[in-house]
Write a protein that binds this ligand. Structure first.
Ligand code: PFF
Length: 458
């Protein structure tokens, strides 16, 4: 085993917060959140989403941070270090698999954003269907994106991930402000704001709840072992409680801002807001084509998406790389190139599943069509819900909340201080991690599986 001194650490508290927020803020916020909100009741969905983030996402994020810093190792060995021989290391193995497999298709979508940043700038009209189906564009763009990801992770925790997150996250926020200002000041923009924020409570039902929770876990990077890995680089005296809170605030703010980039512009040009996943790559480019200086706005928007995706993909690569370093004693050089190139190879079927290969595009499984969508369902939805459940059961019943509370309170003594009678934040959190989270997530998992098997439970 490596000694703790040899292990990488973040250079500063803000470096860690920006890297973790960089992981959380990704395609999920700017590409997925707006259209899911539009489809599921607008402002009413936002309310349910915020409840999921606060009541399930934040407690589980703190839980992963506690496991990571207490274990002080990669996602698998942190479980082993805390409670050996309990079988929970399998949760860590799921985490490695999840990050690696999602990276393989996340990089494909991120590659599209790189292509669109160029075509927007040069005002080249790009028909999404034709573009995504053309392997001679899609695969090299995917390759370029993976190369950037590998090079940053190859640089290491401080000199790669932290340094780039400190640079890219402020750039992302600045670009977001620019796009929002342009979008909101277009004539007719208010109709979009109204569509986005108008609550339609009649749409709230069981499946909206599942969608909101799935979106919260995906967006916060909770249920992937990512927060475990990143927290293992945090010093003992640092405040994990407030850091976790900042990550949640940033991620939620960018998700909500995502809607303000998209909908006002879509409505200002009389386009339909219900294109679902195609909103970003079909509707928006058409909007940019009509807008004054739309090529610049379009380019900034797709660069923003690329940056958001990049700070997320580096974190996904870091999870298996950290395991190879800690457990297999490989060098960072070999691990980052090896896993990165393998993810690129495994991602080729996903890259060909938007028209490049007839079979990969049309293959059907559990109601989903196309290889990429099937992967997203199995790994990006089901597996993360399962991991989130296992993590809360681990702390709730195996490690025990009191031990996790000690870890979180190191660097944040206020966590244990009663603020109302004998009630403390730590006390509330313990109830959540032991009862509320496993029950709610277990219920949702059963429903998801029943739904896939064609039996609607609620
Ligand atoms: N949170 C990212 C998003 O919203 O796009 C996705 C993600 C990235 C999840 C990295 C997990 C992770 F480790």
């Amino acid at each position: 085993m490596q000694s703790a001194e040899q292990r990488a650490q973040w250079g500063s508290r803000w470096g860690f917060i920006l890297a973790a927020a960089g992981s959380a803020v990704g395609l999920g916020n700017i590409w997925r959140f707006p259209y899911v909100t539009g489809e599921n009741g607008g402002a009413a969905f936002v309310v349910v989403y915020l409840a999921c983030v606060l009541l399930i996402g934040l407690p589980l994020l703190w839980n992963e941070l506690a496991i990571g810093r207490a274990g002080g190792r990669d996602a698998v060995n942190s479980f082993l270090a805390i409670r050996p021989r309990t079988g929970f290391a399998i949760t860590g193995v799921f985490c490695l698999l999840c990050c690696f497999l999602v990276l393989s298709y996340y990089g494909v979508i991120a590659g599209w954003t790189v292509g669109y940043a160029f075509t927007s700038l040069t005002r080249r009209h790009t028909e999404f269907g034709q573009f995504a189906a053309d392997p001679k564009w899609v695969i090299p763009l995917f390759g370029v994106f993976m190369l950037m990801t590998i090079l940053i992770v190859h640089g290491g925790v401080q000199k790669g991930i932290e340094r780039w997150s400190k640079l890219l996250m402020p750039a992302l926020l600045a670009m977001a402000v620019l796009v929002i200002l342009r979008s909101l000041t277009l004539p007719g923009a208010m109709a979009g704001v109204e569509y986005y924020l108008r609550p339609d409570f009649s749409k709230i039902n069981g499946s909206v709840l599942i969608t909101a929770l799935g979106q919260a876990l995906f967006s916060l990077s909770v249920g992937w072992g990512l927060m475990i890995t990143y927290a293992s680089y945090v010093k003992k005296d640092q405040n994990l409680v407030s850091s976790g809170f900042w990550v949640v605030i940033t991620d939620t703010a960018v998700a909500i801002l995502g809607g303000f980039m998209v909908f006002p512009a879509v409505f200002a040009f009389g386009m339909k807001p219900d294109a679902g996943t195609a909103l970003t790559f079909k509707t928006l480019p058409a909007v940019f084509e009509q807008m004054p200086a739309g090529n610049l706005v379009g380019c900034v928007f797709f660069l923003l998406l690329m940056v958001a995706a990049l700070t997320s993909s580096i974190s996904m690569l870091e999870v298996p790389v950290a395991w190879l370093l800690d457990d297999r004693k490989l060098s960072r050089n070999v691990a980052s190139w090896g896993v990165g190139l393998l993810a690129f190879a495994i991602g080729i079927p996903s890259a060909l599943s938007a028209g490049g290969s007839k079979w990969l595009t049309e293959v059907k499984f559990l109601g989903k069509t196309g290889f990429l969508d099937i992967m997203d369902l199995l790994v990006g939805t089901l597996l993360i819900v399962l991991i989130a459940l296992l993590c809360s059961v681990f702390t709730g019943y195996v490690w025990k909340p009191a031990n996790a509370v000690e870890e979180l309170a190191s660097g944040c003594p206020g966590f244990k201080k009663p603020f109302l009678g004998s009630v403390s934040l730590a006390g509330i959190w313990s109830v959540f991690v032991r009862y509320v989270c496993p029950i709610v997530i277990g219920f949702i998992l059963v429903n998801l599986v029943a739904d896939l098997a064609g039996k609607k439970l609620f």
